[in-house]
Design a protein around this ligand. Structure first.
Ligand code: ZN
Ligand code: ZN
Length: 165
């Protein structure tokens, strides 16, 4: 595991993101959960909360809102990564990180010192980081290469082909 010098759109003071390879079982669980449960067809994400080597919470992003409503952020040309709270469908409560944390709490698990594995994105938004911090989560892990694979502005990304292989 290594830390990299990646310029994230948002990263709280004193925090970092760690990386795991594709064969990591928790990043695989996060991908698997996203493939089955995400309601976001363009950027499906999955999060797995792990404590003591055991999965305590699962979350996948998205909501039904965009099926019946135009995205408020698209409509108002809100830049990527901003204004999630302006659209019911994009709201941070529908992000996989927040959902995994909620899921762990609903299952009666203490989230303190758990780790979170996020598949399908290359950074966490401010609202999710706030949830991660207030839940007492220790480490945030992403898939190695996420900053390319899941970055809409990178020409080598796999957006819309996330589950091809
Ligand atoms: Zn939206
Ligand atoms: Zn988020």
């Amino acid at each position: 595991m290594e830390t990299k010098n990646i310029k994230y759109p948002y990263l709280p003071e004193g925090r970092t993101i760690l990386y795991v390879p594709e064969n990591n079982i928790f990043i695989q669980s996060a991908k698997n959960y996203a493939s089955k449960n995400s309601l976001d067809s363009a950027m499906p994400t999955g999060s797995v909360l792990v404590f003591g080597g055991v999965v305590v919470g699962l979350g996948a992003n998205g909501s039904d809102y965009h099926k019946t409503h135009e995205c408020e952020r698209v409509k108002n040309k809100i830049p990527t990564g901003q204004g999630y709270e302006l659209c019911e469908g994009c709201h941070p409560k529908n992000h996989s990180e927040s959902k995994a944390i909620e899921n762990a709490k609903q299952n009666g698990f203490d989230t303190k010192n758990a780790d979170i594995y996020l598949w399908g994105h290359w950074w966490c938004c401010e609202s999710c980081w706030n949830s991660i911090i207030s839940a007492g989560i220790k480490n945030v892990y992403l898939l190695e290469g996420s900053e390319i694979l899941f970055n809409k502005t990178d020409p080598s990304n796999i957006v819309r082909h996330q589950f091809d292989k």
